[in-house]
Design a binder for this molecule. Structure first.
Ligand SMILES: Nc1ncnc2c1ncn2[C@@H]1O[C@H](COP(=O)(O)OP(=O)(O)OP(=O)(O)O)[C@@H](O)[C@H]1O
Ligand SMILES: [Mg+2]
Length: 231
């Protein structure tokens, strides 16, 4: 069982959205995925409730509430007993003892960031924090910056220079772009199941194309994650 954690100091960096998308991509590639909800705002539980209404939730995917240390331990034991392939962990922004424990227990860390100077500053601070924490605990855990909400069209000068700067750090191979298909996952449920529904409805052909483009990015992210975990 591999633990993949999304973390950032900054709120709204795109952690939960990237996690939802990766979850869908891994499930559609046949992996068994559990989610740990370490954000007390419970965005994943809300996601599941919205998905259940639309019949776009895979019941094989369990959510374990893990927003306190004892719950985290329980969640780990239970997920391990149920032999999930992946656990994706959604953390709250900022640093806390809970987040430190999650970081140190992970097999792969992902730090999402948008391409503004402010966001990248925060991502660098998060990255540095992670490295110091891992060094202090004598741990080596692969950590990658995920460029999130990257405009689909041309980048501005500022976005390009920020993006160039990020290349000094370990990055996921591809970014996730700013797409309605990503923003609407929280309401629409799991992307691969939304795609199945749209494919069955001739009126949704245009929407289907956008959903497919989003899924393509997520499958690439899934491949990157699998490779990073093997390395
Ligand atoms: N690739 C994307 N394309 C379009 N919208 C996105 C994308 N990623 C995230 N968003 C939107 O940005 C907002 C913040 O994203 P999200 O909730 O994933 O961030 P977060 O890091 O989990 O925030 P928090 O720190 O509050 O938990 C949400 O409204 C989400 O729909
Ligand atoms: Mg979140």
């Amino acid at each position: 069982m591999k633990l993949v954690t999304f973390c950032s100091f900054k709120g709204g960096a795109g952690k939960t959205t990237a996690l939802m998308g990766l979850c869908s991509a891994l499930i559609s590639s046949g992996r068994r995925v559990a989610l740990f909800e370490a954000d007390e705002n419970r965005p994943l539980s809300r996601w599941r409730a919205n998905a259940a209404e639309r019949d776009t939730w895979d019941p094989g995917c369990s959510i374990f509430v893990a927003d306190e240390l004892p719950l985290l331990e329980e969640a780990y034991a239970q997920a391990d007993a149920e032999h999930f392939d992946y656990v994706l962990i959604d953390t709250e922004g900022g640093s806390s003892e809970l987040n430190n424990t999650i970081i140190a227990s992970s097999n792969l860390l992902m730090v999402p960031t948008m391409l503004t100077p402010l966001d990248v500053d925060e991502a660098l601070a998060t990255y540095r924090y992670i490295i110091e924490l891992l060094m202090g605990e004598d741990l080596v855990i692969p950590t990658a910056i995920l460029r999130q909400r990257v405009p689909v069209g041309r980048l501005t000068m500022s976005q390009r220079s920020v993006s160039d700067m990020l290349h000094a750090l370990p990055l996921t191979r591809n970014p996730l772009h700013e797409r309605d298909a990503f923003a609407s996952m929280k309401d629409r449920g799991m992307l691969h199941l939304s795609i199945e529904k749209a494919a069955a409805d001739p009126g949704l052909r245009l929407a289907l194309r956008n959903l497919d483009n989003a899924m393509e990015e997520l499958l690439q992210l899934g491949e990157f994650v699998a490779e990073a975990l093997e390395a």
